[in-house]
Write a protein that binds this ligand. Structure first.
Ligand code: NAD
Ligand code: MG
Length: 305
């Protein structure tokens, strides 16, 4: 039977209308403190907890994911575990509650979850994170650089030097530092996936610090992909559009923009984190053996270069 589902999803393989797969949410114009906790979200995000179905695409793989406690990274962690991978989770210490939920889901799949909290602004943590991940997983062959700081500010005059520094250290310096350390472990066949954004091409006027780091991530991805190709390590990026995650109501958007979040996409709704997971699975798996330096846009239909 091929009837169309309009009432949510059975799994990601169910034939269904992408307009109605998830409802078009209208979040309240309320902001929570940064970093947002998934546990505090009034409108829950779908990370694939009950819907993502694995088909053995990453059996035996060992993945380190930054920001694996919430949002897109949590959805990727769930998907990787269901595809057969063991996962090391990086997140901020204050996000322990969220991280334990994802750890529990990974372990329920019979996979290993290694929790390694810390601050990616700290160069020493970037190094010890990789060392602990490789030790805890007994190797490493997938790195997902996904953590990001996004705080909307109306004007450049209001952008503090501290925010500028923290956004760049989190969003791009840490990608260099973590990746450099990871190269000590990644063998031929390994994959690196960087989370960039539609903001790399279409910067919002309130996100000039954040958006410029995303353009840097795209460029980093394309350059490093060429550098590492001869070593058999593939580097790619995923560019999400507006996705309902804790980052958005915790300062990622101006409060008054929240009720309209994602409604201006061609699909007319915000995306859910689980809708990103298949892109990260594809780029990590050996199916993508000839895919390098690519940015996979998952954005509800917003035109991208
Ligand atoms: P999220 O809601 O999980 O929140 C950001 C997370 O980044 C935090 O939970 C934290 O774990 C991590 N983080 C922030 N600063 C950190 C630091 N100093 N040290 C360690 N960890 C830190 O995030 P999300 O919305 O799922 O975003 C994941 C990635 O996707 C980010 O790179 C983001 O820029 C990108 N992205 C998100 C959207 C979206 O609409 N949500 C759109 C485009 C791109
Ligand atoms: Mg979080």
């Amino acid at each position: 039977m091929t009837s169309e589902s309009t009432t949510g999803t059975t799994d990601q393989y169910t034939f269904q209308n992408p307009v109605t797969r998830f409802e078009s949410i209208t979040p309240p114009a309320d902001q929570t403190p940064e970093p947002g906790l998934e546990a505090d979200m009034e409108i829950k995000a779908d990370r694939g907890e009950t819907s993502y179905r694995g088909t053995g695409r990453l059996v035996g793989r060992k993945a380190l994911i930054t920001d694996a406690d919430s949002g897109i990274g949590a959805a990727v962690a769930i998907a990787y575990a269901r595809e057969g991978a063991d996962v090391a989770l990086s997140y901020l210490p204050e996000e322990e509650e969220d991280a334990q939920v994802i750890k529990g889901i990974i372990e329920a799949e019979g996979r290993t979850a290694v929790c390694i909290p810390g601050d990616l602004k700290d160069p020493a943590y970037c190094i010890s994170l990789v060392q602990q991940a490789a030790q805890g997983l007994d190797g490493l062959d997938i790195l997902v650089n996904n953590a990001g700081k996004q705080v909307a500010v109306e004007s450049l005059e209001d952008l503090s030097d501290e925010q500028l520094d923290h956004t760049y250290k989190t969003n791009i310096y840490s990608f260099f530092r973590v990746t450099k350390e990871a190269l000590k472990h990644l063998k031929p066949g390994s994959a690196i996936i960087n989370s960039t954004s539609i903001q790399a091409y279409e910067p919002s006027p309130t996100l000039v610090d954040y958006a410029s780091t995303k353009a840097a991530i795209n460029n980093f991805t394309k350059g490093l992909a060429q550098q590492l190709a001869p070593k058999g390590i593939r580097v790619n990026a995923v560019a999400p559009g507006p996705i309902w995650t804790p980052l958005q109501p915790s300062g990622g958007q101006p409060a008054e923009a929240l009720p309209e979040f994602g409604k201006d996409t061609p699909l007319g709704r915000a995306g859910q984190p689980t809708e990103l997971a298949p892109a990260y699975v594809f780029l990590a798996s050996s199916e993508a053996s000839y895919v390098l330096g690519e940015t996979l846009n998952v954005n509800g239909g917003m035109p991208s270069p």
